[in-house]
Design a binder for this molecule. Sequence first.
Ligand code: 5RP
Length: 264
Amino acid sequence: MDWGMKNRLSRLIKPDGHCFFMPVDHGYFQGPTSGLEKPNETIKDIIKYCDGLFVTRGVLRSAINANLEAPIILRVSGGTSMVGEDLANEGLTTSIEEIIRLNASAVGLSVFIGSKYENQTLMNLSKLVNECEGYGIPVMAVTAVGRELDKRDARYLGLACRIAAELGARIVKTYWCEKDFDKVVRSCPVPVVIAGGPKCSTEKEVFEFVYDGMQNGAIGINLGRNVWQSLYPEAMAVALQAIIHKKADVSEAQKIFNATKSKK
Ligand code: 5RP
């Protein structure tokens, strides 16, 4: 691996081999998502606990201070909306020149395995890998499920992760599943990061799936709404950081959450 690629990955993945990415890219298909109306306000108190910010070029330019220390993972796929025909019909939105100009440490795009647009989104991934590898920029593939949340089972997720890795993704982001998540991770030759999904009803539920995913081989999380849609975003970020980087278990994370929340 060349120095540039190693350097970018080492900014995103900490010396313990773990990472906590903060996605604020939801507007690219959801529009003004609740909690993300002003992305700079959303991240103000939480980004210091995170190892990367997942964001589109539009929000990065217009709302994020350029002195941000956290490395950027640029969301570079899109072209669909919640009210459109099919969320899977994505293309690549951002040129390699723009990716370099914005000093991205990595890029992220979605692939929709099993959808009508499977081939198109996998070719998006392949094209992006071809372009980014030449400049030492890692590609994170997001194994998206669109509206079909029932696709969150190990066989489907394992298939999607493996294909994304085979096509050259350096990191794969996928959903956690209750049964056989270890098999999803083990059969993927590149590091797996756990996606968040819609807000859970309790903090404990979040700590439980994150802890279980980490115990079963994930290297970290890319988790947005369960942090910044919480009533206590900073407490959530501190508690999750403790699971990711400080070996906290679920009950320790809950204690950290309660203690941080009551200080605010
Ligand atoms: C959409 C994405 C987003 O980054 C994703 O939604 C992560 O955020 P959350 O934890 O809120 O689901 O990749 O496909």
